[in-house]
Design a protein around this ligand. Structure first.
Ligand code: AMP
Length: 214
């Protein structure tokens, strides 16, 4: 099963993607997580990506596309994968389709987790990420057991630079300009499914499972 998660930044697509990966036993491929891991390790890719990410801009295709093209050809992707944060532009989607076509494959579902902008701005201000392992929380919806401390590795949790209010506004406008057109792109391919992302997380996941089948 090959799935793309669509939705504005902060719509909850990452949380849902992780649950899908767990239930269907397929890899969760998040370009944002790959970039953040590179930033943490201080790689050249990480340093280049950070300048764009901190401004709420997209990382250029030449740093992004090859990562995903390589990743989806790995053995563990044979039974499918869930893409989270990729594609984010029509050209990225076209490269993905072309790569899969060359492998004799195609995407099965594009799931749009739909949340209005006003909800997004409120949500992102409450988001916290672990400085060490990158696990994400929300001060109201997914709180840590001890305030400010990661449940998984006991490190500090912080508001990521790219979740700060001014950056969120920029990310939302980038989303509307560059990523939202993918909704029509996948609608015309007949694989678009929309779920109401304003509902509680478990309800959103139940709606997704209904689409994908148990
Ligand atoms: P995310 O964790 O998916 O919200 O991604 C965080 C940031 O990483 C984005 O705001 C972009 O700067 C960058 N990024 C992640 N995925 C992509 C992509 N497919 N194309 C370009 N930039 C990306």
């Amino acid at each position: 099963m090959k799935i793309i998660m669509l939705g504005a930044p902060g719509a909850g697509k990452g949380t849902q993607a992780k649950q899908i990966a767990g239930k269907y036993q397929i890899p969760h491929i998040s370009t944002g997580d790959i970039f953040r891991a590179n930033i943490k390790e201080g790689t050249e890719l990480g340093m280049k990506a950070k300048t764009f990410m901190d401004q709420g801009a997209l990382v250029p295709d030449e740093l992004t596309v090859a990562l995903v093209v390589d990743r989806i050809q790995k053995d563990d992707c044979k039974n499918g994968f869930v893409l989270d944060g990729f594609p984010r532009t029509i050209p990225q989607a076209e490269v993905l389709d072309k790569t899969l076509a060359e492998m004799g494959e195609k995407m099965d579902y594009a799931i749009d987790v739909d949340v209005p902008d006003e909800n997004i701005v409120n949500r992102m201000g409450g988001r916290r990420a672990c400085v060490n392992c990158g696990a994400t929380y929300h001060i109201v919806n997914i709180p840590t057991k001890v305030e400010g401390i990661c449940d998984k590795c006991n490190s500090e949790t912080i508001l990521r630079d790219d979740d700060k209010p001014e950056t969120v506004q920029k990310r939302l406008s980038v989303y509307h300009e560059q990523t939202q057109p993918l909704i029509d792109y996948y609608k015309s391919q007949g694989i678009l499914k929309t779920v109401d992302g304003t509902r509680p997380m478990d309800d959103v996941f139940a709606a997704i499972v209904e689409i994908l089948g148990a």
